[in-house]
Write a protein that binds this ligand. Structure first.
Ligand code: GAL
Length: 376
C-alpha cells in the first residue's frame, strides 16, 4: 500500500487551493509568488500525506468516508486492521473492515460480518455495536466479539463470530451473556445487585489479550452500573468455564456507571479508559488502573487535559492502540457521535505517552502525525 497519496490528495487539495487563492491575492503577477505557490503546493501535499485530522471526515484510499465506528484496531502480520460499525445508510448492524500499513491510509476490505449473518430474535433483527477482533494463534482464527443488540437496547448480549482471514467473512457463532449463562443465581433476596435479572447484560465492550496469551472481555454489565471482566476460553470463543467469581471473572468499577472500555497494558499494569453512561452525548473520561487483569481497579480521574477535557474533546472512548515502534506510546481512539446522522460520526485519534510514574495525559491536536512520538 502506498503512503498516503489518494487520501493526501483529497485532503490536501482544499488546503492547497486556499494557499493558492490567498497567495494570488497577495502577489498577483509576481514570479516570486508563483515559485512560492509551487513550494506551498509541494509542502502542503507532503504534509497532508501522513497526518491525523481528528474530527474531520476521514476518507479511505478510494475517497469514501471510513465507516468503522465504535471500532478497534489490531496489528497482524505487519498489517493493521480496523474493524467497526458500518453505519452506511441502510447497512446498520454490519461490521466493516479496513486495512493499512501506516495507520493514515485505509483500504476498505469490505463487510467483515454482514447483517444477514446475524441472528433474528423474536422475529426482529439484531445489530452489532463496538465490534473488536483478536487473533487466536492456537486455532489460527480471527475471533470477533461485539455488543449484539436490538432496537430498545434490552437484548444486551455478546455476539461472537470467527473467520480464517482477517477481512472475513466472519461466521456467526453464538449470542451469550458470558457470566449469567454459566452462573446459577439464586433468589432475588440473595441477589442484591440484581445479577439474576440484569447481571449478565452485556453492552459496551472490548477484548484484550495479555502478554501470556490469555484473552479477556471487558463489558458494561448489570444494566451498565458495574463493569465485568471475564477470562476467555482457549479458543477465545466464549468465557472460561466453569465461571468462578474472582478467578475467571470479576465485578469491577462497581456501581461506577462506566462504559466504552478501552483497555491497555503498560509497565505490568492494566489500564482501562472509560466514559460515563450518557448515550451518544460525550462526557468526561476516566482511567482505572490495576495490577491484575481481573482487578481490583482504582479510578484515577480524567486523563484528558486542556480545553474540552470535560467532554473528552467531544468524543467517547472506543480503543487504545499501542503506537508503532516506540513502547509507552499509545493512540487514544474515540467516536464523536452524530446521533442524527450516525454515519457521519467522526473519529478522534489522539497520541499520548506514559510518564515514569504510570500516569498519562491526553491533549487535543488539530492535526498530528506519528513523529510526535519521536520527540523527547
Ligand atoms: C452509548 C454507547 C454506544 C451506543 C449508544 C446508544 O452509551 O456507548 O455504543 O450504544 O449508547 O445510545
Amino acid at each position: 500500500m502506498g503512503r498516503g497519496w489518494p487520501t493526501g490528495r483529497v485532503r490536501g487539495w482544499r488546503t492547497v487551493q486556499s494557499h493558492i487563492i490567498s497567495l494570488n491575492a497577495l502577489t498577483a503577477t509576481s514570479f516570486a509568488g508563483i515559485l512560492l505557490g509551487v513550494g506551498l503546493f509541494v509542502v502542503g501535499a507532503v504534509a497532508d500525506a501522513g497526518e491525523f485530522h481528528p474530527g474531520e471526515v476521514w476518507p479511505d484510499v478510494d475517497g469514501q468516508p471510513i465507516q468503522a465506528h465504535g471500532g478497534g484496531v489490531i496489528l497482524h502480520s505487519n498489517v493493521y486492521y480496523w474493524y467497526g460499525e458500518d453505519r452506511t445508510p441502510g447497512g446498520r448492524g454490519a461490521v466493516a473492515c479496513y486495512s493499512s500499513t501506516n495507520l493514515y491510509d485505509w483500504k476498505r476490505e469490505g463487510v467483515a460480518l454482514g447483517r444477514d449473518e446475524l441472528p433474528r430474535v423474536d422475529g426482529r433483527r439484531t445489530f452489532v455495536e463496538r465490534p473488536k477482533v483478536i487473533f487466536n494463534p492456537r486455532t489460527q482464527k480471527f475471533v470477533l466479539w461485539g455488543h449484539l443488540e436490538q432496537n430498545g437496547y434490552r437484548y444486551a448480549r455478546a455476539g461472537i463470530a470467527t473467520s480464517s482471514t482477517a477481512a472475513g467473512p466472519f461466521t456467526f457463532l453464538q449470542a451469550i451473556r458470558p457470566v449469567a449463562n454459566t452462573n446459577q443465581f439464586v433468589s432475588r433476596e440473595a441477589d442484591p445487585n440484581n445479577e439474576k435479572m440484569l447481571g449478565g447484560t452485556f453492552r459496551d465492550m472490548n477484548v484484550f489479550v495479555d502478554d501470556g496469551g490469555q484473552a479477556h472481555v471487558f463489558y458494561a454489565a448489570e444494566d451498565n452500573l458495574t463493569m465485568y471482566v471475564a477470562r476467555l476460553n482457549d479458543d477465545f470463543t466464549g468465557p472460561q468455564t466453569p465461571a468462578v467469581e474472582g478467578k475467571t471473572w470479576a465485578r469491577i468499577l462497581v456501581r461506577a456507571h462506566r462504559e466504552a472500555p478501552a483497555p491497555f497494558k503498560w509497565g505490568g499494569k492494566y489500564y482501562i479508559v472509560t466514559s460515563g453512561c450518557t448515550g451518544w452525548k460525550p462526557n468526561a473520561a476516566d482511567v482505572a488502573v490495576a495490577t491484575n487483569a481481573l482487578g481490583p481497579y482504582q479510578l484515577q480521574g480524567n486523563p484528558c487535559e486542556g480545553e474540552g477535557r470535560e467532554t473528552t474533546f467531544d468524543c467517547q472512548s472506543t480503543c487504545v492502540l499501542p503506537a508503532p515502534g516506540q513502547p509507552g506510546n499509545f493512540i487514544f481512539m474515540g467516536d464523536r457521535w452524530k446521533p442524527d446522522n450516525l454515519s457521519d460520526s467522526r473519529y478522534i485519534w489522539l497520541p499520548f505517552t506514559m510518564k515514569a510514574d504510570g500516569s498519562f495525559s491526553i491533549r487535543w491536536h488539530d492535526r498530528w502525525d506519528l513523529s510526535v512520538f519521536k520527540q523527547p
